[in-house]
Design a protein around this ligand. Structure first.
Ligand SMILES: [Zn+2]
Length: 300
């Protein structure tokens, strides 16, 4: 009797264990599903709010007038480490990667540090006047393309379509008028493509700002000559572009032309005036674009 009870007891215990096992398994599946659903919801949210970082003018060699670049190394290392911590969708470096066009040591140092960027964060390089020369030539453009790839191109990441332009082909075209014309034709056809594809957030990146504050401001070193500027701005308006991000000024500036915002960003490298080195963090959500420049000492 005792033994039987014992057996029955053990059988009962086993049954309970199986039951518990089944139910815990069921609970686990249920639990997993809930967790997965939660993750999908979170992922949905983070995809809706895409973030990118604009860095500009790391300009290796500027502090020491091409005799060294220790200061630029420190700043760019910190900028890339920060991007790895914040994990944006992409980093765009809007030109003047180096101070002296074609300087092999400066280019190698830029590339050495850029390669430390988390492979999940995409990197887009933009050509500046210090990269291709103040008056670009066929040779200087060829050298950039050899080292960094095309100087104008487009990319798509999530809900953002990025258009990268070579502003030196807007600013000083005397040596390469055919290259300048080619880029402008390409831009129009690229805009046509984004329109056909129903791209939502088309953002333009280039090195030199079309203008700093006022679309009608006089020509100067830090903007694009008025005639070319007006032609490009007309095209940008025609295709509903609302944001252009640039650098070159080595300090921040904000200008507006109707519903187009011209954002000029201070440098990762050497600042001018009262500016400080830093980077801009940009969030693109369904409600629009929000962006802020952070000094290196004030990063989130
Ligand atoms: Zn520049």
């Amino acid at each position: 009797m005792r033994r039987r009870d014992h057996h029955r007891g053990r059988r009962g215990q086993r049954f309970t264990e199986v039951l518990l096992g089944v139910s815990s398994c069921f609970l686990r599946v249920l639990c997993d599903s809930v967790v997965k659903l939660g993750l999908v919801a979170l992922l949905g949210l983070s995809l809706a709010a895409q973030t990118f970082i604009q860095m500009t003018d790391p300009q290796f060699g500027m502090y020491e007038k091409n005799l060294g670049f220790a200061h630029e190394t420190d700043n760019f290392e910190f900028a890339i480490a920060t991007a790895n911590r914040l994990k944006p969708a992409f980093v765009v470096v809007t030109g003047d990667l180096v101070n002296q066009p074609g300087n092999a040591a400066q280019i190698a140092e830029y590339k050495r540090i850029a390669a430390k960027l988390d492979p999940q964060v995409r990197l887009f390089n933009v050509a500046g006047n210090h990269d291709v020369g103040n008056e670009p030539t066929k040779a200087s453009l060829a050298a950039w393309r050899e080292a960094f790839g095309p100087d104008y191109y487009s990319f798509r990441t999530g809900e953002i379509t990025g258009i990268v332009l070579d502003s030196s082909l807007e600013k000083a075209t005397q040596n390469v008028p055919e290259e300048a014309a080619k880029m402008e034709t390409w831009l129009r056809s690229e805009f046509e493509k984004t329109r056909r594809e129903g791209a939502k957030n088309v953002v333009v990146f280039q090195h030199i700002s079309f203008f700093l504050k006022d679309p009608d401001e006089p020509d100067q070193y830090f903007n694009i000559p008025r005639e070319t500027r007006q032609r490009y701005l007309k095209l940008l308006h025609e295709y509903g572009v609302k944001y252009v991000f640039a650098g070159h000024y080595h300090q921040n500036a904000d200008g507006r032309d109707g519903d187009l915002e011209m954002v000029t960003t201070g440098p990762v490298g050497m600042p001018l005036g009262k500016a400080k080195s830093g980077m801009r963090i940009v969030k693109v959500t369904a409600e629009g674009v929000s962006q802020q420049f952070y000094d290196f000492g004030a990063l989130p």
